[in-house]
Design a protein. Structure first.
Length: 267
């Protein structure tokens, strides 16, 4: 691992705040590209309600997302601050205005189609893939309407690391798996800088798979660690990873029961 002293920390922070998405000059005025490339995760929201018409079109963007054979293997559990508190006994994370729990859902299609003879990994992967496309559609639609968002996998027991808890709390039937929660609201203050992203030449290649450059990956990790520390001075990236690890064993067991449901029911 490269030097991680104070100078390396400052250098990493400078690279975070100075880097911008790369857009060809010929496309810099494209409105949709600007929306997509401008989007940032926001964790501080103003005390301002999202109007019903705006929230409804954010949901509509999810509903019309592309999916495998148009199976639409998703469903969306929606919440206001009041209904979230009634359900979970706490306030909406980051004081957001609305929340949507994204569910990978093949249960609905199974009511009319026998499209998934017991093939749990294909079924689960298809549900995750499609529901994630719907989730991203919602994020982009929100951004286009001036509404910010944050996608959660753990905060407030709201994501896949608490799948068993959410299954019980939301009374989810078989073949419905909670994936993430999206919190929506109007950003309080300015947008954060773009978080560290791996370089294009590390993630895109022609033809056969190509391993990433180790030095480039180490540099990316140093930026992740520096950015996390700057945002949360009393914590660290390693502490957050350790917290995730502490929940993974139970989450893995809960997800196994949900995904391999026939094995669970016959054991």
């Amino acid at each position: 691992m490269r030097n991680s002293g104070p100078l390396a920390f400052i250098r990493s922070l400078w690279r975070i705040v100075s880097r911008k998405p790369q857009t060809p000059a010929t496309l810099k005025d494209n409105d949709l590209l600007r929306v997509i490339l401008r989007r940032r995760t926001v964790r501080r929201f103003a005390r301002r309600d999202i109007p019903d018409d705006i929230f409804s079109v954010i949901l509509e963007a999810g509903r019309v997302a592309p999916s495998t054979v148009n199976l639409q293997t998703w469903s969306f559990a929606t919440f206001t601050p009041a209904t979230w508190r009634d359900t979970f006994g706490s306030g909406l994370p980051f004081k957001g205005s609305r929340a949507v729990i994204i569910l990978g859902d093949t249960h609905r299609a199974r009511q009319v189609l026998d499209v998934f003879p017991y093939s749990p990994l294909i079924e689960y992967t298809t549900a995750v893939m499609n529901a994630s496309l719907a989730a991203m559609n919602m994020n982009i639609a929100a951004e286009a309407l001036g509404v910010s968002s944050v996608m959660l996998s753990d905060t407030g027991r709201s994501g896949i690391l608490d799948a068993g808890y959410l299954k019980q709390t939301l009374n989810l039937p078989r073949c419905v798996v909670p994936l993430m929660t999206i919190i929506f609201g109007y950003a309080a203050g300015g947008y954060p800088p773009m978080p560290p992203k791996q370089a294009m030449d590390q993630v895109a290649f022609a033809g056969a798979y190509r391993e990433a450059d180790t030095a480039a990956m180490e540099d990316w990790l140093m930026q992740l660690q520096a950015g996390y520390k700057a945002m949360r001075p009393n914590s660290s990236f390693e502490t957050q990873v350790a917290h995730y690890r502490s929940k993974m064993e139970q989450a893995e067991a809960d997800l196994h029961d949900m995904v391999f449901y026939e094995e669970t029911n016959t054991s």
